[in-house]
Write a new protein. Structure first.
Length: 324
């Protein structure tokens, strides 16, 4: 009698073979699913705000189910933020995430100081250069709006624009002033600046500068624009019929003429494209700081009427927020 070299071969059957391959394919599928969902993004938020939700919604709209998200919120408290960082570092040791997405400056700074081995992608940070937000593992989408974009819009509204004024504290905003100088030079506008060393000097500086300019550009400088100065700035510019360009719609609602601000859902989409739709190395490669791609226009028509400006209909039609 001939003996098989494979003693168990005679026990095989088509049914057993079919079951074996079915179980093997099922196991492979499960392993593939596990691999997809093991790609985790840690979201580290500074504070609940109406900006944060659209960023996350935009991010999720791009990434979908290709990633899992673990969210932390320091609720504006530094002590809670430090505890969160400890927990994040423990997670990194067990299962390193693909990226840490930070929302806001405090969360970004805490992550920057503690984490060097994982890419950090920041958002909702104004003037990141001022806060020293940079490093080999850090890049992000600033909340700054390009100055030239603001001035181009202003020129369409104020056709006879020649001189624009800016108040600033050199310790806070020197890099932004360099951008303003370049933008005004490119557009053939005369720039008049005044340095302001403390909020107490804002009122006299406003009175001095509005005598020399056709419009005022308020940059995000907390020495100049704060709860103690903003009412005076708005009242004085309205009284002197000076259009004021600002960086958020709250100030437009209070009486400034218009603002361009980031569309935060679009910012989330940008972040999602970087994390989920690009090559892995794009998380670590220049440019380290990029501008938002889409901006939201807000206009105060009551202010326009008060200072004698007729806003072109196409500008009004393009605005997302209109205050009357």
């Amino acid at each position: 009698m001939e003996t098989s070299a494979y003693p168990y071969q005679r026990n095989n059957s088509p049914l057993l073979t079919l079951i074996f391959y079915f179980l093997l394919s099922l196991l492979i599928s499960l392993l593939q699913i596990t691999t997809v969902y093991s790609e985790e993004v840690i979201v580290f938020n500074t504070l609940d705000s109406h900006f944060g939700k659209p960023i996350l919604d935009g991010f999720k709209s791009v990434c979908g189910s290709s990633i899992s998200i673990k969210e932390y919120n320091m609720r504006g408290r530094s002590s809670e933020g430090k505890q969160i960082i400890k927990e994040i570092k423990k997670r990194i040791n067990i299962n390193p995430p693909k990226v840490i997405l930070t929302l806001g400056t405090p969360a970004t700074k805490l992550a920057q100081e503690a984490i060097t081995e994982i890419p950090i992608l920041f958002s909702m940070v104004v003037n990141p250069e001022k806060y020293g937000i940079s490093g080999k593992n850090i890049r992000g989408i600033t909340s700054n709006v390009p100055i030239k974009s603001q001035l181009v819009k202003l020129k369409k509204i104020v056709s006879k624009l020649k001189r624009i004024g800016v108040l600033y504290n050199p310790r806070q905003s020197s890099n932004i002033i360099e951008e303003v100088k370049q933008a005004t030079s490119d557009m053939g506008l005369e720039l008049i600046t005044l340095k302001v060393s403390s909020p107490k000097k804002v009122q006299s500086s406003v009175r001095k500068i509005i005598e020399k300019v056709n419009a005022l550009l308020l940059i995000n400088d907390s020495t100049v624009v704060n709860k103690d100065t903003v009412e005076y700035i708005i009242e004085t510019t309205l009284e002197n019929k000076i259009p004021t360009v600002v960086y958020n719609d709250y100030l437009v609602k209070d009486g400034c003429l218009f603002s361009l601000a980031p569309d935060y859902f679009s910012v989330g989409e940008q972040a999602g494209n970087i994390v989920c739709k690009s090559r892995e190395d794009k998380l670590r490669t220049p440019p380290s700081i990029i501008f938002p791609e889409v901006f939201k226009l807000s206009i105060n028509l009551k202010t326009a009427k008060h200072i004698g400006l007729n806003i072109p209909p196409n500008i009004i039609a393009s605005a997302e927020e209109i205050y009357r």
